[in-house]
Design a protein around this ligand. Structure first.
Ligand SMILES: Cc1cc2nc3c(=O)[nH]c(=O)nc-3n(C[C@H](O)[C@H](O)[C@H](O)COP(=O)(O)OP(=O)(O)OC[C@H]3O[C@@H](n4cnc5c(N)ncnc54)[C@H](O)[C@@H]3O)c2cc1C
Length: 380
């Protein structure tokens, strides 16, 4: 058993963090305040090989695997989780294409996304069904050589800025629910699509989130991903990988909370001593460190299993669950350690506190993850 990162991975981490300091840091405040997506940063990230590094080189990625993607996500999220998401989630939905798409689909769609020129969105959630993925209502009806898609999608990351989206829709309503869904590649500018940006998010305000209405959107049958009726299974597989990415976001954010807290506890004095000299403060810092170390180990292991072709759905869910819990815990303590200053925007921890909560909500709520894990335990 070897827990040491390879030199290649260490260099990747270093490069991603330097990129974040140089390209992301200067626009963090503006993007958060103005709720602005940052296309230029994403393009530069593509040029630097930071997008889709889990995709093999023959399809435009850097072939650094899911561990590489985890490390990049962690380092970008230390500086800004929202802008980091703009970079690493440019491939959102491409997991479905990579694992189940045809060679032609992979050659057409993956390279421009990895290069930073194009963006995908994964359109699964609906206004009336999020956790209940079997409750999606969007329909795709075959009409000769085309499919016609009608329905509504909610909270779609990259929704208004994407070039293509992967849409989950029912093709076979008379089949059992697990065999009734299929997935399609839909051009974002297709006739019949209306995109509405969702404003006023608590955190990750640099990330674009949208509601998408599809009104009789016609697409060629070549845009079906994988087998008709396999969409439910394909979506579950998608979560195996993207939950590890979300875990890495929580890891980076938690580390940033600890870094800012250590700095502040050395600088700020009370009762003639630095804050770090008080035992209660020391306990907070140490507890953050312990949880972050546990999170790093489980997240890296989940990524390593994906790269070793032995994905562990449960470990991906555990990593994501722990990431939400750790990030919310660390952001809370970071604000507490900063006292009143932690409550104002001039201090970075205020934004970390706002950003952290999404990790317990998207890519499966924390309740959904616990439910899944408990069911496994009870079925043994
Ligand atoms: C900023 C943002 C970005 C997002 N990006 C995307 C994206 O790119 N693509 C996409 O498809 N979706 C995306 N989502 C959607 C996200 O994944 C869903 O919001 C999430 O899955 C929860 O679904 P919901 O909001 O419908 O909540 P609901 O499913 O209605 O849940 C509400 C509450 O009830 C609980 N609950 C539900 N069922 C049960 C149960 N059986 N037992 C116990 N508790 C239960 C939930 O845990 C939660 O606490 C995004 C959401 C946000 C906020």
């Amino acid at each position: 058993m070897d827990f040491e990162l390879s030199n290649e991975m260490k260099m990747l981490a270093d490069m991603a963090y330097k990129f974040a300091l140089q390209e992301v840091e200067p626009v963090v405040k503006m993007a958060d305040e103005e709720e602005k997506y940052t296309p230029d940063v994403r393009k530069k990230a593509g040029v630097n090989g930071l997008i889709g590094c889990w995709i093999p080189e023959e399809y435009g990625g850097s072939g650094a695997g899911f561990l590489g993607n985890t490390i990049i996500t962690e380092q970008l999220s230390r500086v800004c989780m929202g802008i980091g998401l703009n970079i690493v989630a440019a491939t959102f939905g491409c997991e479905n294409i990579y694992y189940y798409g045809t060679k032609e689909q992979k050659e057409k769609y993956l390279p421009p996304v990895c290069a930073g020129d194009k963006v995908f969105a994964g359109a699964y959630t609906e206004p009336n069904a999020g956790t209940d993925v079997a409750g999606y209502k969007t329909r795709a009806v075959q009409d000769g050589d085309d499919y016609i898609i009608t329905g509504n999608k909610m909270f779609i990351t990259n929704g208004t800025i994407c070039d293509w989206m992967v849409v989950q829709a029912i093709t076979d309503p008379n089949e059992k629910v697990h065999k009734s869904f299929s997935q399609f590649i839909v051009p974002a500018d297709a006739s019949g699509i209306t995109k509405t940006k969702i404003k006023g998010k608590l955190g990750i305000r640099a990330s674009d989130t949208a509601e998408i209405a599809l009104d009789e959107v016609r697409i060629p049958k070549e845009n079906l991903i994988g087998k008709r009726g396999a969409g439910f299974h394909q979506l579950m597989h998608f979560f195996d990988t993207t939950r590890v990415m979300v875990a890495a976001q929580g890891l980076g954010l938690s580390q940033a909370c600890l870094d800012e807290s250590i700095k502040y506890c050395k600088e700020r004095t009370a009762f003639g001593k630095p804050l770090g000299a008080f035992q209660i403060t020391m306990q907070k810092l140490a507890e953050m460190w312990i949880k972050i170390e546990a999170l790093r180990n489980i997240t890296y292991k989940a990524a390593w299993l994906l790269d070793s072709s032995q994905p562990d759905y449960h470990l991906s869910a555990m990593a994501k669950y722990l990431a939400g819990q750790t990030a919310v815990f660390c952001a809370n303590l970071a604000v507490e350690l900063h006292g009143g200053y932690g409550y104002i925007e001039e201090y970075k921890v205020q934004k970390y506190y706002r950003d952290a909560k999404i990790l317990e909500l998207y890519e499966g709520t924390k309740e959904a993850e616990v439910m899944t894990l408990a069911k496994v335990l009870l079925s043994r």
